[in-house]
Design a protein around this ligand. Structure first.
Ligand code: S3P
Length: 161
């Protein structure tokens, strides 16, 4: 197995679509999905019951055990600097970048817990996290097609893997 590529990016940047595409021919772990499988709870219910801090702790734990060609993370993985350090040390960090309004249109009707805080709060979160995503090894324009992004990743894998 090559060194993992960690896919990071704000909610709605297209991580899930990319995951589905990559999973056709690669071993891919989706941390949110794994979290829900292991806890037997969906993330909104987990937030309601145990809070965001508990979620971040578990999420960080899962990250440290994830071995795959691609590890697709939840948007908040960058909230802990140690997670970014870990990803950089173990593999290659790929950030998906997309304009806030496009992200918002995609996520506004979803049941993501942080979306309940409303557009202004989510926008503030987007702005606050932007420099954290920018610390990735590669920042990709997520307005490109999923196929185009996957193709870039394949090339990077050949160079870096
Ligand atoms: C979160 C993003 C979500 C999920 C959780 C928290 C965040 O994942 O991990 O709701 O803090 O940005 P997606 O980025 O896949 O929506």
């Amino acid at each position: 197995m090559t060194k993992p590529f960690y896919i990071i990016g704000f909610m709605g940047t297209g991580k899930s679509s990319l995951k589905q595409y990559l999973a056709k021919s690669n071993h891919v772990i989706d941390l949110d999905e794994l979290f829900e499988t292991l806890t037997g709870m969906d993330i909104p219910s987990y937030f309601d019951r145990y809070g965001e801090t508990a979620f971040r702790l578990e999420e960080s734990r899962l990250l440290r055990n994830a071995r795959a060609d691609y590890v697709v993370t939840g948007g908040g993985i960058v909230e802990r600097e140690a997670n970014v350090d870990w990803m950089r040390a173990k593999g290659v960090i790929i950030a998906l970048d997309l304009a806030f309004e496009t992200c918002w249109e995609r996520i506004k009707d979803s049941d993501r817990p942080l979306v309940r805080n409303g557009k202004a709060a989510v926008h503030a979160l987007y702005e606050r996290r932007r420099p954290l995503y920018a610390r990735a090894d590669h920042v990709l324009d997520s307005s490109l097609s999923t196929e185009a992004i996957a193709h870039i990743l394949e090339q990077l894998k050949e160079e870096e893997g």
